[in-house]
Write a protein that binds this ligand. Sequence first.
Ligand code: BES
Ligand code: MN
Ligand code: ZN
Length: 501
Amino acid sequence: MKIHVKKGTLSDISIEAIALFLFEDDKEVAGQAKIIDERIGGLITEIKHCGDFEGKALQTALLYTKGLLPTARIILVGLGKRKEFDMEKLRNASAKAAQQIRDLNLKRFAVSVHIEETSFPLDSLTESLVEGIFLGLYQFTRFKTLERDKIKEVDEAFIVEEREERLKIIKAAAKSAEIISGAVSFVRDLVSTPANEMTPAILADRACALDGKKNVKVKIMDKTQIEEMGMNSFLGVARGSDEAPKFITLEYGGGSQKQPHIALVGKGLTFDSGGISIKPSEKMDEMKTDMAGGAAVLGVIRAAADLNLPLNIVGLIPATENLPGGRAYKPGDILKSMSGQTIEVLNTDAEGRLILADALTYAARYKPSAIIDLATLTGACIIALGDYVIGMMGTDDTLKKRIQEAGEATGEKVWELPLWEEYHELIKSDIADFKNSGGRAAGTITAAVFLSKFAGEYPWVHLDIAGPALYKKDKPYIPKGASGVGVRLLLHALRNWPING
Ligand code: BES
Ligand code: MN
Ligand code: ZN
């Protein structure tokens, strides 16, 4: 799909459909909708007055213009109440509009960013509108071979604006939103791809494909190099699979030489069967998404480069499968991590923290100003916070605050859990330094406490994305399936990062 920003108005554009956003509490049709309403003989006023369309959030109605306007159709989309309006409402509304256009099997439509009397700046409004369109129209169709001609796709969306000074702002914001949405879709594709088509080697290839981008360098360590590094905690997990593990490093150098790196670490389990502590077969297929953290790191680096962010970022992704092969690691095994600390494996299904431990240790090589890790780490996080919330834990208040704010701005909801001293007791081992499972109680927290032992003294935040990585139901701009969570969140934080911080 292509997005165009064009000089003009919705009442003058000749196209298959226009989308018009309306608030619920406006008694009379106002603003640009009023001009259109007058041109079509008060049809919008009528549909409002007879109660068929109130403008409630996500409500839609379809009107035909009978030649009274150059557009053939008007799709009305409700924005809900004015005082409840925010960017999330707009993303949902524009996604809904785009999906209506697609359902009608139309190829082109137009919208405008005229949301009257809101305090939100024009660039935020534009970005949210464009993200809603792109992300709402996302479909994963790669493996569908039958009746491909029945797959409906919108080709072009036009954003129209008359005023030159607004046009400039809208163009720039639409471009950023296109880059960010492109990165989210890229991540959704990676995460949706099944494990037979998304092995550690294939994930590494996808990372290498980013190497051509401006200021991006990608390096892959193979098994021998990982051994040389002493990443025995990571290697322990990889033992049960015939697929070779890969350690992916992406360096983005958009900042100056002396600026420190921000380290992003992503869990790259291309399939998690649980290993010898094998998972129940029901829903085990969902564990193809256990590399969602790693994929999100790829997406962030890709967009950071395309947005030309003035920062230095390093992405670290340990990638492996967790399978119960003949040489698999076993409950009771003790692994010596790259940090030198020893880990007693009580449960081979608590593998994410084992591969992340070595990646966090490796991150210290960069002396980073911050470390943020993303991982589908614990089922317990879904029990604690539900399917749609990221669990946040960390050691640095400034960093946590930045992520918190990014969560509010992007709609990628984040909730903090504590890392109190009492929890540290739960992962002490009788015969090694730590054990990899603290049992059922506070499972999300004890996983994070385990990671904290490897993050060193660097400002660090851990994001448990076990719930929101995979949507179980449609949300307007996040269709059921892989969501690409973390990409918009981290990009928001990075775009607002203090240059020397
Ligand atoms: N990848 C899973 C966590 C997960 C579960 C993500 C469900 C998404 C949906 C992780 O590797 C895991 O298996 N964690 C265990 C830890 C336990 C053995 C301490 C869990 O959550 O049960
Ligand atoms: Mn597991
Ligand atoms: Zn896992």
